[in-house]
Design a protein around this ligand. Structure first.
Ligand code: MG
Length: 381
């Protein structure tokens, strides 16, 4: 039986690689829907190739979709609408906070989610996990580290687990001094040494914010306390994660840094498939593991602190970071000011923000935080 698959964010980095996975195994998938933000032409080409029942476009400019057979869903919220269509798996590859509504819509419609949008769990973690529980639907992580941990945890009793291990590439600047980091620009930050990813996550990887968001994601996904999540810098990006057990032994997961591996695992779970990725090489391989440099890359400790504080803090962290990364990419602030903007916003979060258990509550904090972050960007210039 073919797996009915919806891909949200089909024109982004995750979406394009997911469609590559589908091309390698056309006999295993039926595409129900594809969604894009505003890349109308690419979406139309994909729809002609994969013939989905639905196409969804967040922008209302849908002229290029006119001659398609597929039913069209257009305008703001289109991806979340599409996520409601019955499917065996909804891959959420939307970038940033915009992906939360679609994760909620999938789970409320009883659709299992292959989750590449870490912001869903960062901003709505407790609520999202409750929704998944209630629908008795699983969330299969597509983030490479979480896919690794998920695989190492399979079949293990919770009380055997001492620690989960989250590896970080360290990004393009890991060896740089603090002084050197004052002059780096977007072109430098976008040169990732090991991974091929979209611009937002590549900058997050350079600041180590990506790892911070992933710590919060792991906390919710696996129900693991923050103290039991260990981050190590592993420059080769071959070991993606692992679990240390009560007897002191650890199981690690390794694969070449190619997102098609965790994407295909998420789409085919509990099966696997050949996606034309080279196997892990053991000839002359040297794997190194180092402590993160929290004194230089401040975003990681800030994120962990926000995660521990919970409630509105991770929402504010994420929103401030999205604004700050956008400002850095537009050359309105320096690389090192990304952490400063985030820290300023976190310090201003009102104490009584309530529980983040509805779209309205989360969106209100998100809006407030973006405003604060924009003000902080103005002051930083
Ligand atoms: Mg990752």
């Amino acid at each position: 039986m073919k797996r009915r698959l919806t891909i949200l964010g089909s024109t982004g980095s995750i979406g394009l690689q997911a469609l590559d996975v589908v091309r390698s195994h056309p006999e295993r998938f039926e595409i129900i829907g594809l969604s894009a933000n505003k890349e109308t032409k690419t979406l139309a080409e994909q729809a002609r190739e994969f013939e989905p029942a639905y196409v969804a476009l967040e922008s209302s400019d849908a002229n290029a979709l006119e001659n398609l057979q597929a039913e069209k869903i257009t305008g703001p919220g289109a991806a979340a609408k599409l996520a409601e269509a019955p499917a065996d798996i909804v891959l959420n590859g939307i970038v940033g906070f915009a992906g939360l509504a679609a994760t909620v819509a999938s789970l409320k419609s009883n659709n299992p989610v292959a989750l590449a949008n870490k912001e869903s769990l960062v901003t709505g973690g407790d609520w999202i996990m409750q929704l998944a529980d209630k629908a008795d639907k699983c969330i299969i992580p597509v983030d490479s580290e979480h896919s690794a941990i998920f695989q190492c945890l399979e079949g293990r009793a919770e009380n055997e687990v001492r620690e989960v291990l989250l590896t970080a590439s360290g990004g393009p600047f890991f060896e740089r001094t603090k002084a050197e980091l004052t002059t780096v620009g977007p072109e430098d930050a976008l040169k990732h040494p090991t991974w091929r990813m979209g611009p937002k996550i590549t900058v997050d990887s350079a600041t180590m914010m990506n790892k911070g968001l992933e710590v919060i994601e792991a906390h919710h996904l696996f129900g693991i306390p923050y103290d039991a999540i260990r981050i190590v810098v592993h420059r080769q990006s071959v070991v993606h994660g692992g679990v240390t057990f009560e007897d002191g032994s650890a199981i690690l997961h390794a694969a070449l840094p190619d997102m098609r591996v965790p994407i295909s695992y998420g789409l085919l779970y509990p099966e696997r498939g050949d996606v034309k990725v080279e196997p892990v090489g053991f000839k002359d391989a040297s794997w190194t593991f180092q402590e993160p440099r929290n004194d230089v890359f401040r975003c990681l400790p800030l994120a962990v602190e926000a995660g521990r504080a919970g409630g509105a803090y991770p929402v504010a962290l994420n929103a401030a970071n999205e604004v700050a990364v956008g400002a850095f990419l537009d050359r309105r602030i320096k690389f090192i000011q990304i952490a400063e903007v985030v820290e300023e916003v976190l310090e201003a979060v009102p104490q009584q923000s309530g529980a983040m258990e509805s779209m309205e509550a989360i969106e209100a904090v998100d809006r407030w935080s973006r405003q604060e972050a924009n003000n902080a960007v103005q002051r930083a210039r």
